[in-house]
Design a protein around this ligand. Sequence first.
Ligand code: NAP
Length: 247
Amino acid sequence: MSEAKPNALVTGASRGIGAEIAKHLARSGHLVWVNYQSNKERAEQVVSEITALGGSAKSIQFNVSVSSEVDAAFDEIAKTHGPLTTLVNNAGITIDGLLLRLKDEDLEKTLSVDLKGAIFCTRAAAKQMIRKRQGSIIQISSVVGEMGNAGQAAYAAAKAGLIGFSKSVAKELASRRVRVNVVTPGFISTEMTESLTDVQKEAILRGIPLGFFGSPADVAALVSFLASPASQYITGEVIGVSGGMYI
Ligand SMILES: NC(=O)c1ccc[n+]([C@@H]2O[C@H](COP(=O)([O-])OP(=O)(O)OC[C@H]3O[C@@H](n4cnc5c(N)ncnc54)[C@H](OP(=O)(O)O)[C@@H]3O)[C@@H](O)[C@H]2O)c1
């Protein structure tokens, strides 16, 4: 078992923001576990891109919303490379629709992946990190969890829940030197936002003071900082990457 490199897990890292975070963390010297749910090929592609640049990465399949799968995966990570140093809870889905048309199963699915999934992973990581008395847990929430958004009530509930959860856990884990912070991206161009029409995109753009959409690299740069010792005195914070969308 080698413990030489710090050990980072990024959930939902087969594409979009998660894939970019995985690449940034690998560049800063982490061995990165690239989690995916269904898209093995895309996850392996992220691993190949990292290793081609001299970094270290491994793919790992599990569904964040199934606690037994989460616990088994975290045990496997600890056995093969020692306790995790960094966890990034990035996996997320959005099922948009107005409240009056919200189906029970869509509410359940959204809360299961976006909120419960992050809670299961945080609990499993905390067990490893408190023993080592070191760790950084970073939650990828959303500005929608802070400001609300018509048509995204379930998603907003999950992302706002993540903020209250993280502040509580930050207080619980601080004495063990485990930090917990929340990143709230605004509009970041990924496959998740591709389905929006040009009219919808123009309307969103009018609400962004900086006047342009963000990129996965904008989020990954902040996550890298929060994973590094340079942020050792920062915990329990909610930090936006939104071009001023929510001030
Ligand atoms: N894009 C934005 O504008 C924006 C804004 C604010 C917040 N965010 C948040 O940022 C995060 C990433 O967003 P994105 O735009 O990069 O999303 P994306 O392109 O849709 O990618 C989602 C990722 O999550 C994974 N995933 C989904 N369900 C999962 C599950 N049950 N278990 C494990 N992995 C699962 C997917 O894996 P598979 O490929 O295997 O399905 C994929 O890797 C999300 O939490 C999202 O809510 C995004």
